[in-house]
Design a protein around this ligand. Structure first.
Ligand code: ZN
Length: 133
């Protein structure tokens, strides 16, 4: 799901990976991106910081022992009128990094449409045919 507007960008994706592993990968990604971390909560799996003068938040939510949902929220401090841009470079950069590192763990993702378990490098879901970005 993606919500655009408010001068920010919000995206969440589900990954078939242990939440603790996803959390470690998320920390690595945030560090590589140069996010200035203001708050890190290892229990809640939540990172809050700033990047390019925007608020940048990452949360790893446990769904079960082998599945988690990543929520990335990047927005300006002052909420602005809706700007319908196709994406946010910081959010996309985060997911690019995250998915690249996940491949090194040979992990799978869940198809956002049919929830089939598919390769994290797949361009299309082999089950339902939906394009995976
Ligand atoms: Zn599918």
């Amino acid at each position: 799901m993606q919500i655009k507007g408010g001068g920010g960008y919000f995206d969440n994706r589900v990954y078939e990976v242990e939440p603790a592993v996803a959390w470690q990968i998320a920390i690595l990604c945030v560090a590589e991106m140069g996010v200035e971390v203001a708050k890190r909560d290892d229990e809640m799996h939540l990172i809050e910081g700033t990047m390019n003068k925007k608020i940048f938040e990452v949360c790893v939510q446990t769904m079960d022992s082998t599945t988690c949902q990543l929520v990335v929220d990047c927005r300006k401090k002052v909420i602005q009128v809706y700007n319908w841009k196709p994406g946010d470079k910081e959010v996309n950069e985060f997911y690019d990094k995250f998915e690249h590192k996940l491949k090194e763990f040979a992990a799978f993702i869940l198809c956002p449409h049919c929830k089939a378990k598919i390769s994290s490098s797949a361009k299309f879901c082999p089950e339902c045919g939906i394009a995976i970005k």
